[in-house]
Design a binder for this molecule. Structure first.
Ligand code: NAD
Length: 501
Protein backbone atom coordinates (compact mmCIF):
# COMPACT_ATOMS: atom_id res chain seq x y z
CA UNK A 1 0.00 0.00 0.00
CA UNK A 2 1.36 3.45 -0.87
CA UNK A 3 2.05 5.64 2.16
CA UNK A 4 -0.44 8.28 1.01
CA UNK A 5 -3.11 5.57 0.91
CA UNK A 6 -2.32 4.68 4.52
CA UNK A 7 -2.88 8.29 5.56
CA UNK A 8 -6.17 8.46 3.66
CA UNK A 9 -7.33 5.17 5.17
CA UNK A 10 -6.48 6.37 8.68
CA UNK A 11 -8.27 9.67 8.09
CA UNK A 12 -11.32 7.80 6.83
CA UNK A 13 -11.24 5.45 9.84
CA UNK A 14 -10.85 8.42 12.20
CA UNK A 15 -13.87 10.13 10.62
CA UNK A 16 -15.97 7.03 11.39
CA UNK A 17 -14.99 6.90 15.06
CA UNK A 18 -17.19 7.88 17.96
CA UNK A 19 -15.12 10.19 20.16
CA UNK A 20 -15.64 9.37 23.85
CA UNK A 21 -16.61 12.56 25.64
CA UNK A 22 -18.57 11.70 28.81
CA UNK A 23 -17.68 10.60 32.31
CA UNK A 24 -18.23 6.94 33.18
CA UNK A 25 -19.62 6.65 36.69
CA UNK A 26 -21.27 3.59 38.22
CA UNK A 27 -21.31 1.93 34.81
CA UNK A 28 -23.20 4.86 33.26
CA UNK A 29 -22.05 7.37 30.69
CA UNK A 30 -22.77 10.80 32.18
CA UNK A 31 -22.37 14.50 31.47
CA UNK A 32 -20.93 16.60 34.30
CA UNK A 33 -23.49 17.28 37.04
CA UNK A 34 -23.37 21.01 36.36
CA UNK A 35 -23.28 20.52 32.58
CA UNK A 36 -19.77 22.02 32.27
CA UNK A 37 -17.67 21.00 29.26
CA UNK A 38 -14.18 21.71 27.96
CA UNK A 39 -12.83 21.80 24.41
CA UNK A 40 -10.64 18.86 23.42
CA UNK A 41 -8.24 20.12 20.73
CA UNK A 42 -6.51 17.71 18.35
CA UNK A 43 -2.85 18.79 18.22
CA UNK A 44 -2.26 17.43 14.70
CA UNK A 45 -4.35 20.21 13.13
CA UNK A 46 -5.55 22.37 16.03
CA UNK A 47 -9.19 21.42 15.39
CA UNK A 48 -11.74 20.40 17.99
CA UNK A 49 -12.31 16.73 18.74
CA UNK A 50 -15.51 17.67 20.56
CA UNK A 51 -16.37 19.07 23.95
CA UNK A 52 -15.78 16.79 26.89
CA UNK A 53 -17.63 16.59 30.22
CA UNK A 54 -15.73 18.76 32.70
CA UNK A 55 -16.17 16.84 35.93
CA UNK A 56 -16.17 18.71 39.22
CA UNK A 57 -16.55 17.95 42.90
CA UNK A 58 -20.08 16.54 42.52
CA UNK A 59 -18.98 14.13 39.80
CA UNK A 60 -15.98 13.04 41.83
CA UNK A 61 -18.27 12.51 44.84
CA UNK A 62 -20.54 10.32 42.72
CA UNK A 63 -17.62 8.33 41.30
CA UNK A 64 -16.02 7.80 44.71
CA UNK A 65 -19.38 6.77 46.23
CA UNK A 66 -19.84 4.26 43.42
CA UNK A 67 -16.29 2.92 43.84
CA UNK A 68 -16.75 2.69 47.61
CA UNK A 69 -20.04 0.81 47.30
CA UNK A 70 -18.45 -1.58 44.81
CA UNK A 71 -15.54 -2.17 47.17
CA UNK A 72 -17.62 -2.59 50.32
CA UNK A 73 -20.10 -5.08 48.89
CA UNK A 74 -17.22 -7.19 47.59
CA UNK A 75 -18.54 -7.49 44.02
CA UNK A 76 -14.96 -7.37 42.77
CA UNK A 77 -12.69 -7.67 45.80
CA UNK A 78 -14.31 -10.87 47.01
CA UNK A 79 -14.29 -12.68 43.69
CA UNK A 80 -11.86 -15.61 43.69
CA UNK A 81 -8.37 -15.02 42.34
CA UNK A 82 -9.25 -17.34 39.48
CA UNK A 83 -12.34 -15.31 38.59
CA UNK A 84 -10.48 -11.98 38.82
CA UNK A 85 -7.71 -13.35 36.65
CA UNK A 86 -10.15 -14.58 34.00
CA UNK A 87 -11.91 -11.24 33.95
CA UNK A 88 -8.72 -9.18 33.65
CA UNK A 89 -7.57 -11.45 30.81
CA UNK A 90 -10.95 -10.93 29.11
CA UNK A 91 -10.49 -7.19 29.62
CA UNK A 92 -7.01 -7.33 28.04
CA UNK A 93 -8.41 -9.34 25.11
CA UNK A 94 -11.16 -6.75 24.65
CA UNK A 95 -8.59 -3.94 24.60
CA UNK A 96 -6.54 -5.92 22.07
CA UNK A 97 -9.60 -6.42 19.83
CA UNK A 98 -10.10 -2.63 19.85
CA UNK A 99 -6.42 -1.85 19.34
CA UNK A 100 -6.94 -0.03 16.03
CA UNK A 101 -9.68 2.15 17.45
CA UNK A 102 -7.70 2.93 20.61
CA UNK A 103 -4.57 3.73 18.58
CA UNK A 104 -6.47 6.15 16.37
CA UNK A 105 -8.06 7.86 19.36
CA UNK A 106 -4.66 8.14 21.06
CA UNK A 107 -2.98 9.57 17.99
CA UNK A 108 -5.77 12.10 17.37
CA UNK A 109 -5.83 13.18 21.02
CA UNK A 110 -2.06 13.52 21.58
CA UNK A 111 -0.49 14.09 18.16
CA UNK A 112 1.72 11.01 18.56
CA UNK A 113 2.50 9.00 15.41
CA UNK A 114 -0.13 6.37 14.69
CA UNK A 115 2.66 3.83 14.13
CA UNK A 116 3.87 4.43 17.68
CA UNK A 117 0.37 4.21 19.16
CA UNK A 118 -0.20 0.94 17.29
CA UNK A 119 3.23 -0.52 17.87
CA UNK A 120 3.88 0.54 21.43
CA UNK A 121 1.24 2.43 23.46
CA UNK A 122 -1.69 0.10 22.90
CA UNK A 123 0.21 -3.22 22.94
CA UNK A 124 2.00 -2.01 26.08
CA UNK A 125 -1.36 -1.27 27.72
CA UNK A 126 -2.66 -4.73 26.85
CA UNK A 127 0.58 -6.28 28.11
CA UNK A 128 0.32 -4.44 31.44
CA UNK A 129 -3.24 -5.69 31.89
CA UNK A 130 -2.19 -9.28 31.13
CA UNK A 131 0.84 -9.05 33.40
CA UNK A 132 -1.26 -8.02 36.40
CA UNK A 133 -3.96 -10.57 35.56
CA UNK A 134 -1.26 -13.22 35.75
CA UNK A 135 0.42 -11.67 38.81
CA UNK A 136 -2.59 -11.21 41.05
CA UNK A 137 -2.29 -14.53 42.90
CA UNK A 138 1.52 -14.40 43.09
CA UNK A 139 1.75 -11.81 45.85
CA UNK A 140 1.82 -14.10 48.84
CA UNK A 141 2.02 -13.19 52.50
CA UNK A 142 4.49 -14.11 55.24
CA UNK A 143 4.39 -16.52 58.15
CA UNK A 144 6.42 -15.75 61.25
CA UNK A 145 8.81 -18.40 62.66
CA UNK A 146 6.67 -21.09 64.33
CA UNK A 147 6.03 -21.00 68.05
CA UNK A 148 3.98 -23.32 70.29
CA UNK A 149 2.06 -20.33 71.66
CA UNK A 150 1.57 -18.15 68.64
CA UNK A 151 0.77 -18.24 64.95
CA UNK A 152 1.50 -14.97 63.17
CA UNK A 153 1.15 -14.16 59.52
CA UNK A 154 0.95 -11.09 57.33
CA UNK A 155 -1.37 -10.69 54.35
CA UNK A 156 -1.80 -8.11 51.61
CA UNK A 157 -5.21 -6.47 51.59
CA UNK A 158 -6.55 -4.07 48.98
CA UNK A 159 -6.61 -0.42 50.07
CA UNK A 160 -10.17 0.39 48.98
CA UNK A 161 -10.74 3.29 46.59
CA UNK A 162 -7.71 4.25 44.51
CA UNK A 163 -7.60 7.54 42.62
CA UNK A 164 -5.38 7.56 39.54
CA UNK A 165 -4.37 10.92 38.03
CA UNK A 166 -2.50 10.51 34.79
CA UNK A 167 -0.77 12.67 32.18
CA UNK A 168 -1.16 13.11 28.44
CA UNK A 169 2.14 11.80 27.08
CA UNK A 170 1.17 8.10 27.14
CA UNK A 171 -2.47 8.40 28.21
CA UNK A 172 -3.64 4.79 28.03
CA UNK A 173 -0.31 3.25 28.98
CA UNK A 174 0.10 5.41 32.11
CA UNK A 175 -3.51 4.69 33.02
CA UNK A 176 -3.02 0.91 32.69
CA UNK A 177 0.24 0.96 34.67
CA UNK A 178 -1.98 2.11 37.56
CA UNK A 179 -5.45 0.75 36.83
CA UNK A 180 -4.31 -2.84 36.10
CA UNK A 181 -2.36 -3.46 39.34
CA UNK A 182 -4.91 -1.53 41.43
CA UNK A 183 -7.74 -3.70 40.07
CA UNK A 184 -5.65 -6.88 40.26
CA UNK A 185 -5.17 -6.20 43.98
CA UNK A 186 -8.97 -5.99 44.41
CA UNK A 187 -9.36 -2.22 44.71
CA UNK A 188 -11.96 0.01 43.07
CA UNK A 189 -10.61 2.86 40.95
CA UNK A 190 -11.52 6.42 39.98
CA UNK A 191 -9.39 7.54 37.04
CA UNK A 192 -8.85 11.22 36.16
CA UNK A 193 -7.27 11.49 32.70
CA UNK A 194 -5.41 14.62 31.60
CA UNK A 195 -7.67 17.21 30.00
CA UNK A 196 -5.49 17.10 26.85
CA UNK A 197 -6.14 13.36 26.32
CA UNK A 198 -9.35 12.00 27.85
CA UNK A 199 -10.54 9.73 25.02
CA UNK A 200 -8.75 6.40 25.49
CA UNK A 201 -9.31 6.45 29.26
CA UNK A 202 -13.07 6.70 28.79
CA UNK A 203 -13.12 4.10 26.00
CA UNK A 204 -10.94 1.72 28.02
CA UNK A 205 -13.39 1.86 30.94
CA UNK A 206 -16.31 1.20 28.58
CA UNK A 207 -14.44 -1.85 27.30
CA UNK A 208 -13.81 -3.02 30.87
CA UNK A 209 -17.58 -3.03 31.42
CA UNK A 210 -18.06 -4.87 28.15
CA UNK A 211 -15.54 -7.49 29.32
CA UNK A 212 -17.59 -8.01 32.49
CA UNK A 213 -15.99 -5.82 35.16
CA UNK A 214 -18.85 -5.01 37.55
CA UNK A 215 -20.17 -1.42 37.34
CA UNK A 216 -18.65 0.96 39.87
CA UNK A 217 -15.32 -0.86 40.08
CA UNK A 218 -13.70 1.42 37.49
CA UNK A 219 -14.96 4.98 37.06
CA UNK A 220 -13.56 7.76 34.88
CA UNK A 221 -14.03 11.46 35.59
CA UNK A 222 -12.57 13.71 32.90
CA UNK A 223 -12.01 17.35 33.85
CA UNK A 224 -9.36 19.88 34.73
CA UNK A 225 -6.68 19.22 37.31
CA UNK A 226 -7.81 22.09 39.51
CA UNK A 227 -11.43 20.88 39.57
CA UNK A 228 -11.69 17.08 39.10
CA UNK A 229 -8.08 16.27 40.05
CA UNK A 230 -8.08 18.36 43.19
CA UNK A 231 -11.49 17.07 44.30
CA UNK A 232 -10.25 13.48 43.92
CA UNK A 233 -7.01 14.14 45.80
CA UNK A 234 -8.81 16.02 48.61
CA UNK A 235 -11.57 13.42 48.93
CA UNK A 236 -11.99 11.98 52.43
CA UNK A 237 -13.05 8.59 51.10
CA UNK A 238 -10.17 7.98 48.68
CA UNK A 239 -7.49 5.75 50.18
CA UNK A 240 -4.68 6.42 47.74
CA UNK A 241 -3.79 8.63 44.79
CA UNK A 242 -1.33 7.31 42.23
CA UNK A 243 0.01 10.16 40.12
CA UNK A 244 2.18 10.73 37.07
CA UNK A 245 2.80 14.31 36.00
CA UNK A 246 4.65 17.47 36.91
CA UNK A 247 6.60 18.27 40.07
CA UNK A 248 4.46 21.28 41.06
CA UNK A 249 1.28 19.17 40.95
CA UNK A 250 3.07 16.36 42.82
CA UNK A 251 3.78 18.84 45.63
CA UNK A 252 0.12 19.88 45.67
CA UNK A 253 -0.95 16.26 46.01
CA UNK A 254 1.23 15.87 49.10
CA UNK A 255 -0.46 18.95 50.56
CA UNK A 256 -3.94 17.71 49.64
CA UNK A 257 -3.20 14.45 51.38
CA UNK A 258 -2.05 16.28 54.51
CA UNK A 259 -5.08 18.57 54.38
CA UNK A 260 -7.54 15.70 53.98
CA UNK A 261 -7.30 12.08 55.16
CA UNK A 262 -3.55 11.36 54.84
CA UNK A 263 -4.27 9.18 51.84
CA UNK A 264 -1.29 7.36 50.41
CA UNK A 265 0.39 9.11 47.49
CA UNK A 266 2.70 7.75 44.84
CA UNK A 267 4.42 10.19 42.51
CA UNK A 268 6.16 9.79 39.17
CA UNK A 269 7.37 13.27 38.29
CA UNK A 270 9.74 13.16 35.35
CA UNK A 271 13.39 14.07 35.18
CA UNK A 272 16.41 15.50 33.44
CA UNK A 273 17.99 12.21 32.53
CA UNK A 274 21.63 11.98 31.43
CA UNK A 275 23.02 9.61 28.82
CA UNK A 276 26.82 9.32 29.15
CA UNK A 277 29.02 8.20 26.26
CA UNK A 278 32.63 7.12 26.86
CA UNK A 279 35.29 6.68 24.16
CA UNK A 280 35.25 2.90 24.77
CA UNK A 281 31.55 2.72 23.85
CA UNK A 282 31.11 -0.74 22.25
CA UNK A 283 28.74 0.45 19.52
CA UNK A 284 28.87 4.13 18.60
CA UNK A 285 26.14 3.75 15.97
CA UNK A 286 23.72 2.27 18.49
CA UNK A 287 24.71 4.94 21.02
CA UNK A 288 24.08 7.71 18.47
CA UNK A 289 20.65 6.26 17.64
CA UNK A 290 19.87 6.04 21.36
CA UNK A 291 21.12 9.59 21.95
CA UNK A 292 18.76 10.92 19.27
CA UNK A 293 15.69 8.74 19.91
CA UNK A 294 16.25 8.84 23.69
CA UNK A 295 15.24 12.49 23.62
CA UNK A 296 13.13 12.81 20.46
CA UNK A 297 10.80 9.84 20.94
CA UNK A 298 7.20 11.00 21.48
CA UNK A 299 8.33 14.53 20.51
CA UNK A 300 10.46 14.65 23.66
CA UNK A 301 7.40 14.29 25.90
CA UNK A 302 8.72 11.38 27.93
CA UNK A 303 9.46 11.44 31.65
CA UNK A 304 12.66 9.41 31.09
CA UNK A 305 13.68 11.57 28.12
CA UNK A 306 17.49 11.56 27.74
CA UNK A 307 17.54 15.32 27.55
CA UNK A 308 21.19 15.67 28.62
CA UNK A 309 23.82 14.02 26.45
CA UNK A 310 27.21 13.82 28.18
CA UNK A 311 30.02 12.97 25.75
CA UNK A 312 33.72 12.47 26.46
CA UNK A 313 35.77 15.27 24.88
CA UNK A 314 37.90 12.74 22.94
CA UNK A 315 34.94 11.65 20.81
CA UNK A 316 32.60 14.59 21.22
CA UNK A 317 32.94 16.26 17.81
CA UNK A 318 32.60 13.03 15.84
CA UNK A 319 29.85 11.55 18.01
CA UNK A 320 27.73 14.69 18.15
CA UNK A 321 27.98 15.00 14.36
CA UNK A 322 26.47 11.49 14.09
CA UNK A 323 23.65 12.37 16.48
CA UNK A 324 22.87 15.56 14.54
CA UNK A 325 22.86 13.57 11.30
CA UNK A 326 20.30 11.14 12.72
CA UNK A 327 18.22 13.96 14.22
CA UNK A 328 18.04 15.66 10.80
CA UNK A 329 16.23 12.60 9.48
CA UNK A 330 13.59 12.85 12.23
CA UNK A 331 11.11 15.04 10.40
CA UNK A 332 7.76 16.03 11.92
CA UNK A 333 4.83 14.64 9.97
CA UNK A 334 1.09 14.10 10.07
CA UNK A 335 0.40 11.87 13.11
CA UNK A 336 -2.07 9.76 11.12
CA UNK A 337 0.43 9.02 8.35
CA UNK A 338 1.76 5.46 8.93
CA UNK A 339 5.19 6.65 7.76
CA UNK A 340 5.44 9.37 10.44
CA UNK A 341 7.85 8.66 13.29
CA UNK A 342 7.68 12.11 14.92
CA UNK A 343 4.35 13.89 15.30
CA UNK A 344 2.88 16.95 16.99
CA UNK A 345 3.32 18.16 20.54
CA UNK A 346 0.27 17.59 22.71
CA UNK A 347 -0.95 21.19 22.89
CA UNK A 348 -0.24 24.74 21.93
CA UNK A 349 0.85 25.37 25.54
CA UNK A 350 3.36 22.51 25.49
CA UNK A 351 4.68 23.67 22.11
CA UNK A 352 5.14 27.17 23.52
CA UNK A 353 6.98 25.73 26.53
CA UNK A 354 9.45 24.00 24.21
CA UNK A 355 9.88 27.18 22.14
CA UNK A 356 10.44 29.20 25.32
CA UNK A 357 13.24 26.85 26.41
CA UNK A 358 14.82 27.12 22.96
CA UNK A 359 14.80 30.92 23.41
CA UNK A 360 16.35 30.63 26.89
CA UNK A 361 19.09 28.30 25.60
CA UNK A 362 19.94 30.84 22.90
CA UNK A 363 20.02 33.70 25.42
CA UNK A 364 22.24 31.73 27.79
CA UNK A 365 24.87 31.16 25.10
CA UNK A 366 23.89 27.65 23.96
CA UNK A 367 25.69 26.66 20.76
CA UNK A 368 23.07 25.76 18.14
CA UNK A 369 23.94 22.33 16.69
CA UNK A 370 20.57 21.68 15.07
CA UNK A 371 18.05 24.48 14.63
CA UNK A 372 14.60 22.99 15.07
CA UNK A 373 11.86 25.29 16.25
CA UNK A 374 8.25 25.42 15.10
CA UNK A 375 7.38 23.77 11.78
CA UNK A 376 4.19 22.83 9.88
CA UNK A 377 2.41 25.87 11.34
CA UNK A 378 0.28 26.00 8.18
CA UNK A 379 -1.48 22.78 9.30
CA UNK A 380 -2.83 24.53 12.41
CA UNK A 381 -1.05 21.86 14.47
CA UNK A 382 1.63 22.15 17.15
CA UNK A 383 4.91 20.89 15.69
CA UNK A 384 8.45 21.50 16.97
CA UNK A 385 11.34 19.89 15.09
CA UNK A 386 14.29 18.24 16.89
CA UNK A 387 16.57 20.92 18.32
CA UNK A 388 20.11 20.45 19.71
CA UNK A 389 22.37 22.83 21.64
CA UNK A 390 25.88 22.51 22.98
CA UNK A 391 25.61 23.73 26.58
CA UNK A 392 27.54 24.14 29.83
CA UNK A 393 26.50 22.43 33.08
CA UNK A 394 24.41 24.75 35.24
CA UNK A 395 22.49 26.54 32.47
CA UNK A 396 18.69 26.32 32.43
CA UNK A 397 18.64 23.66 29.69
CA UNK A 398 20.91 21.49 31.85
CA UNK A 399 18.64 21.79 34.88
CA UNK A 400 14.97 22.12 33.94
CA UNK A 401 12.74 19.54 32.33
CA UNK A 402 11.57 20.81 28.93
CA UNK A 403 9.26 17.96 28.02
CA UNK A 404 9.87 18.70 24.37
CA UNK A 405 12.34 17.80 21.59
CA UNK A 406 15.30 19.83 22.87
CA UNK A 407 18.66 18.19 23.59
CA UNK A 408 21.56 19.74 25.49
CA UNK A 409 25.05 18.31 24.85
CA UNK A 410 27.73 18.63 27.53
CA UNK A 411 31.39 17.56 27.28
CA UNK A 412 33.39 15.85 30.05
CA UNK A 413 36.96 14.65 30.51
CA UNK A 414 36.93 12.09 33.35
CA UNK A 415 34.66 9.52 34.99
CA UNK A 416 34.43 11.65 38.12
CA UNK A 417 33.38 14.67 36.15
CA UNK A 418 30.79 12.66 34.19
CA UNK A 419 29.17 11.24 37.34
CA UNK A 420 29.21 14.65 39.04
CA UNK A 421 27.48 16.33 36.08
CA UNK A 422 25.02 13.45 35.71
CA UNK A 423 23.99 13.69 39.37
CA UNK A 424 23.86 17.50 39.38
CA UNK A 425 20.07 17.69 39.14
CA UNK A 426 17.15 17.66 41.54
CA UNK A 427 15.76 14.74 39.52
CA UNK A 428 16.71 11.07 39.56
CA UNK A 429 14.51 9.10 37.20
CA UNK A 430 16.75 7.50 34.56
CA UNK A 431 20.41 7.53 33.57
CA UNK A 432 22.43 5.68 30.97
CA UNK A 433 26.05 4.90 30.22
CA UNK A 434 27.82 3.55 27.14
CA UNK A 435 31.12 1.80 27.89
CA UNK A 436 32.88 -1.51 27.26
CA UNK A 437 34.61 -1.35 30.66
CA UNK A 438 32.79 -3.58 33.14
CA UNK A 439 34.29 -1.84 36.17
CA UNK A 440 33.24 1.56 34.87
CA UNK A 441 29.75 0.25 34.11
CA UNK A 442 29.40 -1.16 37.63
CA UNK A 443 30.69 2.09 39.15
CA UNK A 444 28.11 4.00 37.09
CA UNK A 445 25.28 1.68 38.10
CA UNK A 446 26.18 2.24 41.75
CA UNK A 447 26.89 5.94 41.63
CA UNK A 448 24.23 7.33 39.32
CA UNK A 449 21.37 8.58 41.48
CA UNK A 450 18.44 7.33 39.45
CA UNK A 451 15.68 4.77 39.78
CA UNK A 452 16.53 3.34 36.34
CA UNK A 453 20.09 2.82 35.07
CA UNK A 454 20.63 1.57 31.54
CA UNK A 455 24.00 0.29 30.37
CA UNK A 456 24.75 0.18 26.64
CA UNK A 457 21.11 0.77 25.77
CA UNK A 458 18.33 3.26 26.48
CA UNK A 459 14.89 2.50 27.89
CA UNK A 460 15.82 -1.16 27.72
CA UNK A 461 13.52 -2.78 30.25
CA UNK A 462 9.93 -3.94 30.46
CA UNK A 463 6.83 -4.48 32.55
CA UNK A 464 8.69 -6.93 34.83
CA UNK A 465 11.03 -4.19 36.14
CA UNK A 466 10.08 -1.46 38.62
CA UNK A 467 9.76 2.02 37.13
CA UNK A 468 10.12 5.18 39.17
CA UNK A 469 12.49 7.78 40.48
CA UNK A 470 14.87 8.88 43.19
CA UNK A 471 15.02 12.43 44.60
CA UNK A 472 12.46 14.86 43.17
CA UNK A 473 11.45 12.41 40.44
CA UNK A 474 9.05 11.03 43.03
CA UNK A 475 8.51 7.80 44.93
CA UNK A 476 6.59 4.60 44.56
CA UNK A 477 6.98 2.32 41.58
CA UNK A 478 4.90 1.51 38.51
CA UNK A 479 5.33 -1.85 36.72
CA UNK A 480 6.60 -5.12 38.25
CA UNK A 481 5.36 -6.90 41.37
CA UNK A 482 6.31 -3.79 43.40
CA UNK A 483 3.42 -1.92 41.78
CA UNK A 484 1.01 -4.65 42.83
CA UNK A 485 2.21 -4.33 46.44
CA UNK A 486 1.79 -0.54 46.22
CA UNK A 487 -1.99 -0.96 46.00
CA UNK A 488 -2.13 -3.12 49.13
CA UNK A 489 -1.89 -2.71 52.85
CA UNK A 490 -0.06 -5.25 54.93
CA UNK A 491 -2.05 -6.72 57.79
CA UNK A 492 -0.34 -8.69 60.58
CA UNK A 493 -2.60 -11.33 62.14
CA UNK A 494 -1.69 -13.24 65.28
CA UNK A 495 -3.41 -16.25 66.84
CA UNK A 496 -2.56 -16.86 70.47
CA UNK A 497 -2.49 -20.63 70.91
CA UNK A 498 -3.09 -22.79 73.96
CA UNK A 499 -0.77 -25.74 73.58
CA UNK A 500 -2.67 -28.94 74.47
CA UNK A 501 0.39 -30.39 76.13
P1 NAD B 1 0.34 18.28 35.18
O1 NAD B 1 1.13 17.74 36.30
O2 NAD B 1 -0.29 19.62 35.34
O3 NAD B 1 -0.85 17.25 34.80
C1 NAD B 1 -0.82 15.88 35.06
C2 NAD B 1 -2.18 15.46 35.61
O4 NAD B 1 -2.41 16.14 36.85
C3 NAD B 1 -3.36 15.84 34.70
O5 NAD B 1 -4.34 14.82 34.76
C4 NAD B 1 -3.89 17.10 35.35
O6 NAD B 1 -5.24 17.35 35.08
C5 NAD B 1 -3.68 16.78 36.81
N1 NAD B 1 -3.63 17.96 37.68
C6 NAD B 1 -3.22 19.20 37.37
N2 NAD B 1 -3.38 20.02 38.43
C7 NAD B 1 -3.90 19.27 39.43
C8 NAD B 1 -4.27 19.55 40.77
N3 NAD B 1 -4.15 20.76 41.29
N4 NAD B 1 -4.76 18.54 41.52
C9 NAD B 1 -4.89 17.29 41.00
N5 NAD B 1 -4.57 16.98 39.74
C10 NAD B 1 -4.06 17.96 38.95
O7 NAD B 1 1.22 18.26 33.91
P2 NAD B 1 0.96 19.17 32.63
O8 NAD B 1 0.59 20.57 32.98
O9 NAD B 1 0.02 18.46 31.76
O10 NAD B 1 2.40 19.17 32.04
C11 NAD B 1 3.32 20.11 32.60
C12 NAD B 1 4.63 19.46 32.85
O11 NAD B 1 4.46 18.26 33.60
C13 NAD B 1 5.35 19.00 31.62
O12 NAD B 1 6.03 20.03 31.00
C14 NAD B 1 6.27 17.97 32.18
O13 NAD B 1 7.41 18.55 32.74
C15 NAD B 1 5.48 17.36 33.29
N6 NAD B 1 4.91 16.08 32.90
C16 NAD B 1 5.54 14.97 33.33
C17 NAD B 1 5.04 13.74 32.99
C18 NAD B 1 5.69 12.49 33.45
O14 NAD B 1 5.52 11.47 32.83
N7 NAD B 1 6.41 12.51 34.55
C19 NAD B 1 3.92 13.64 32.19
C20 NAD B 1 3.26 14.79 31.77
C21 NAD B 1 3.78 16.02 32.15
Amino acid sequence: MAEADGLLLNRAAAAELRYPTEALIDGQSRAAADGARFANIGPGDGRSLGDVAAGGARDVDAAVASARAAFDDGRWRDQSAKAKKALLFAFADTLARHADELALLESLDTGKPIAQARGSDIPGSVEATRYYAEALDKLTGEVAPPSPTRLSYAVHEPLGVVGAIVPWNFPLLMAMWKVAPALAMGNSVVLKPAEQSPMTAIRMAELALEAGLPPGVLNVVPGTGEAAGRALAMHMDVDMVAFTGSGPVGRKLMRYSGDSNLKRISLELGGKSPQIVFPDCPDLDAAAQAAAWGVFYNQGQVCTSASRLLVHEDIKAEFVARVVEIARTIVPGDPLDPATSFGAMVSEAQMNTALRYIGIAEQEGGKPLLAGGRVRAETGGFYVAPTIFGIQPGVTLAREEVFGPVLGVIGFSSDEEAFAIANDTVYGLAAGIWTADVDRAHAAARRLKAGLVWINGWDSCDITMPFGGFKQSGFGRDRSMHALAKYADLKAITFTLRPSR
